[in-house]
Design a protein around this ligand. Structure first.
Ligand code: ATP
Ligand code: PRP
Length: 207
C-alpha cells in the first residue's frame, strides 16, 4: 500500500486530474467534506491532505511514502527526501516586487523585505550582496509595501493579477516554481516497484 500526502488547496485540485486520467480512483477526493484521508477506489493507495510544509514532514518521517509539494516549499524547507519528478502543474514564479516608484536596487540605508519565504529571500539578497531585513508575513504579502511595512516583497506570482491590482511591479524573477513529487528514502527502496509504477502513470505523457 502506498500512502500519498497531497498539498491542500491549489495543488490538491491540480493533482487530481493527473491521477484521474491515468486510471486512479480519486472520486472520494473530488467530492469530499471535511474528511482528510481517502482510499483509492481502484488501487492499493491512500491519500491524505495537509499543508505543504507538513507534507514534507510526513514524507520525511515515512508516514507518507510519496508527497506532492510545490518547489517553493521545497526551497524554503530543508527536505530530506528524494525529489523525483516535476509534475508540470502549479506553475508560477518567485519574484521580487514593490511599488513602481521604489528603486530597490539603488536604495541606501535600511532595506526591508516582506515575505512568506524568509530562507529563499535571504539567499537571494545574500547572493546579490545586499544586507536586508527580512520580515516574515503569513499571507496577503502585497499589502506590505502598500502600507509601508516593507520596501519590497519576495512572493509567488502566477497571473500577475494580485501585483497589478495592488499597484506593484516586478523587479526581478528569482526562480520558476512547479509541483514536485517527493519520495521517502526508505520507501524508495522498500516499495520501489509501486513507486516507479506511480511515477510512470502520472508523469506528463506529452513530454
Ligand atoms: N498563484 C499561486 N499562489 C500561490 N501558490 C501557488 C499559485 N499557483 C501555484 N501555487 C502553488 O500552490 C501551492 C499551494 O498554494 P495554496 O495557495 O493552495 O496554499 P498556500 O497559500 O501556500 O497556503 P495556505 O493554505 O496558507 O493558503 C504553493 O506552495 C505553490 O507551489
Ligand atoms: O499572480 P496571481 O495569479 O495573482 O497569484 C499570486 C498570488 O497568489 C498567492 O496568494 P494566495 O491566493 O495563496 O493568498 P495568500 O496571500 O493569503 O497566500 C500569492 O501569494 C500571490 O498573492
Amino acid at each position: 500500500m502506498l500512502m500519498i500526502a497531497l498539498t491542500k488547496g491549489r495543488l490538491e485540485k491540480a493533482s487530481l486530474p493527473l491521477f484521474e486520467k491515468n486510471g486512479y480512483g480519486v472520486e472520494k477526493l473530488k467530492n469530499k467534506g471535511r474528511e482528510l484521508v481517502f482510499q483509492d477506489t481502484k488501487k492499493d493507495i491512500a491519500y491524505f491532505l495537509a499543508k505543504a510544509p507538513d507534507c514534507i514532514t510526513y514524507v520525511e518521517h515515512g508516514v507518507a511514502d510519496v508527497g506532492i509539494v510545490g518547489k517553493d516549499t521545497l526551497l524554503e524547507e530543508n527536505c530530506n527526501c528524494y525529489e523525483l519528478l516535476d509534475l508540470g502543474i502549479g506553475k508560477c514564479q518567485f519574484i521580487v516586487a514593490g511599488l513602481s516608484d521604489c528603486d530597490l536596487w539603488n536604495m541606501t540605508g535600511h532595506i526591508k523585505i516582506g515575505t512568506k519565504y524568509p530562507r529563499v529571500a535571504r539567499q537571494y539578497f545574500n547572493q546579490r550582496g545586499m544586507d536586508v531585513e527580512i520580515i516574515k508575513i503569513e499571507g496577503s504579502v502585497e499589502v506590505g509595501p502598500l502600507l509601508g511595512l516593507c520596501d519590497g516583497i519576495v512572493d509567488i506570482m502566477e497571473t500577475g493579477t494580485t501585483l497589478k491590482e495592488n499597484g506593484l511591479v516586478v523587479f526581478d524573477t528569482v526562480s520558476e516554481i512547479s509541483a514536485r513529487l517527493i519520495v521517502n528514502k526508505a520507501s524508495f527502496i522498500l516499495k520501489k516497484e509501486e513507486i516507479l509504477t506511480l511515477l510512470d502513470d502520472i508523469k506528463s505523457k506529452e513530454a
